[in-house]
Design a protein around this ligand. Structure first.
Ligand SMILES: O=C(O)CCC(=O)C1=CC=C[C@@H](O)[C@@H]1C(=O)O
Ligand SMILES: [Mg+2]
Length: 372
């Protein structure tokens, strides 16, 4: 496989509703859409998941564009490759910038599976025909608002509710949810809002039967999480702390978590995500696919990776209409009875709608051979 050209586009899509976490609120999603075209004119699509601000990790849309333009695309154009895993190796001497790496690597995985005439799910080793969908709900103005929203999604059939918590908005909030929904599959994501000084409060959460608590402590920590996990019953799920297979191994060996949230962008791409999946399977650690408020292309990649067998818990994979008035793929991602069908068509299995892509594009540039 040899790349002929790559089109980078910066898209801006207004969200249907704001998404608030312990660190801030998103109302508009800015992201990079990658279109990679090979020498035979076949196209693969990837989606960068870095936000326009470095709140979740240090990467942004601008840093991703810079990394792609100045370092990653030249490496991708450098010589032909047989398999997308080779990009992961080629990029490995460049420190971090995982979301930028994953954006081009994802486009190449789509291209690779289209060239083989198989679905991306099949190319990744996925077995499931459908996946269970969970939903992530941002911080709401009032508890009543949150309860209403949970009720709506429960009726729609979502298989897991994830709420966001932060200091001052935790134990009472979860108690109120449990009062109204005693058995609903519920988890809480703290996005690193606590420290070990909050251990008594975090122990209190054990009484509410949460599926897990996601990233309660420091965003780069695995030591304090191990101390906390030893003292609470609720499984800890690591998100921000896990950037690679090595981080995964260390966290498992230290006992820092019992579950891992695999985000393709955060770990540097699908090749690394598969390795993490395989190690977790071997060590009996369940994984699930985290969301980054993706548009259709990123969502399609998430669906494909979730079809691997150790993705045993529902992820942040809501349907397109939860986020957007109009997504950039056809058909849009639909959740029926809490399930999403894994496409069987070659590649990501959804058509990219170029009219919608053009509508949302604020900047575009084509790179060839030597880039620049
Ligand atoms: O994609 C979704 O539906 C939202 C998933 C979600 O919870 C997150 C999105 C973006 C940044 C993070 O706060 C975050 C998470 O921490 O998992
Ligand atoms: Mg999280």
């Amino acid at each position: 496989m040899k790349l002929d050209r790559v089109v980078l586009r910066h898209l801006q899509m207004k969200q249907k509703s704001p998404f608030s976490t312990s660190y801030g609120t998103f109302t508009t999603k800015d992201f990079i859409l990658v279109e990679a075209i090979d020498e035979d004119g076949i196209t693969g699509w990837g989606e960068g998941v870095a936000f326009h601000v470095p709140w979740y990790t240090e990467e942004t849309v601008k840093t991703s564009w810079h990394m792609l333009e100045d370092f990653l695309l030249p490496l991708a154009f450098n010589s032909p490759f047989e398999h997308p895993d080779e990009l992961n190796t080629r990029f490995s001497f460049i420190k971090k910038n995982n979301m930028a790496k994953a954006a081009i690597e994802g486009a190449v995985w789509d291209l690779y599976s289209k060239r083989k005439g198989i679905s991306l799910s099949q190319a990744l080793g996925g077995k499931k025909k459908s996946i269970e969908a969970g939903i992530a709900i941002g911080i709401q103005k009032t508890t009543d608002d949150l309860l209403r929203i949970i009720d709506k999604y429960a009726v729609e059939g979502y298989r897991r509710m994830k709420i966001k918590i932060k200091p001052g908005l935790d134990v009472e909030l979860i108690a109120a949810i449990r009062k109204q929904f005693p058995t609903i599959p519920l988890m809480a994501d703290a996005n690193s809002a606590y420290t070990l000084a909050d251990i008594d409060l975090l122990k209190e959460l054990d009484q509410y039967g949460l599926m897990m608590i996601e990233q309660p402590l420091g965003s780069d920590d695995i030591i304090d999480h191990a101390t906390l996990q030893a003292q609470i019953q609720t499984p800890i799920c690591l998100d921000e702390s896990i950037l690679s297979i090595e981080d995964t191994r260390k966290a498992i060996e230290l006992g820092s978590c019992k579950v891992i949230n695999v985000k393709i962008g955060r770990v540097g791409g699908l090749s690394e995500a598969i390795k993490i999946h395989d190690l977790c399977k071997e060590r009996e650690i369940p994984v699930w696919c985290g969301g980054m408020l993706e548009a259709g292309v990123g969502r399609a990649h998430n669906i494909a990776i979730t079809s691997l067998e150790n993705f045993t818990m529902p992820g942040d994979t809501a349907g397109s209409s939860h986020y957007w008035e109009r997504d950039i793929i056809d058909p849009e991602v639909e959740v029926k009875n809490g399930l999403i069908t894994v496409p069987e068509q070659p590649g990501i299995g959804y058509e990219v709608n170029r009219k919608m892509v053009d509508y949302y594009t604020v900047k575009a540039r084509t790179f060839r051979g030597a880039a620049k």
